[in-house]
Design a protein around this ligand. Structure first.
Ligand SMILES: [Zn+2]
Length: 136
């Protein structure tokens, strides 16, 4: 996907107000998780209204960091019975094992890190009978 270069602000309509900015950070308040700050972000922001967009790279970075943050916290409070193997998750969602790893990395499937391996949360998987429907 190609990055769109903004010149005029699409939010407030100011002309030639969009600037590329680096070295930004964003604080995330996630329910039931400690606050998370994601540093080293960049994006295009309006010098008039302050609204703007993260770059695609920063959006991916945020999704990965939030997923890792939640996994680290969940690892301290999730019991083994709530975890599925990557193979089981792949079967339930009818995707490849690689697909499951990709979804965890991109923050589309919650997981915890146990014994150095990423294990999907069972509660995030579709029921065996309706497998595929949720992810179609
Ligand atoms: Zn603006």
């Amino acid at each position: 996907m190609r990055e769109k270069k903004w010149i005029d602000c699409p939010i407030c309509g100011a002309k030639k107000s969009m600037r590329h900015e680096r070295g930004l950070h964003e604080d995330f308040e996630l329910p039931e998780y400690p606050a998370l700050r994601v540093p080293k972000l960049d994006g295009q922001f309006c010098s008039v209204c302050g609204e703007g967009f993260w770059s695609l790279k920063s959006e991916r970075n945020i999704a990965e960091r939030v997923a890792e943050h939640m996994a680290a916290v969940d690892a301290t409070r999730v019991v083994a019975a709530e975890l599925a193997s990557v193979q089981e998750a792949a079967q339930r969602m009818r995707v490849s094992v690689q697909g499951v790893h990709k979804m965890m990395k991109e923050g589309r499937l919650r997981f915890v890190v146990a014994g150095g391996r990423r294990l999907p949360l069972r509660s995030d998987l579709p029921e065996a009978r309706s497998a595929g429907a949720k992810w179609a």
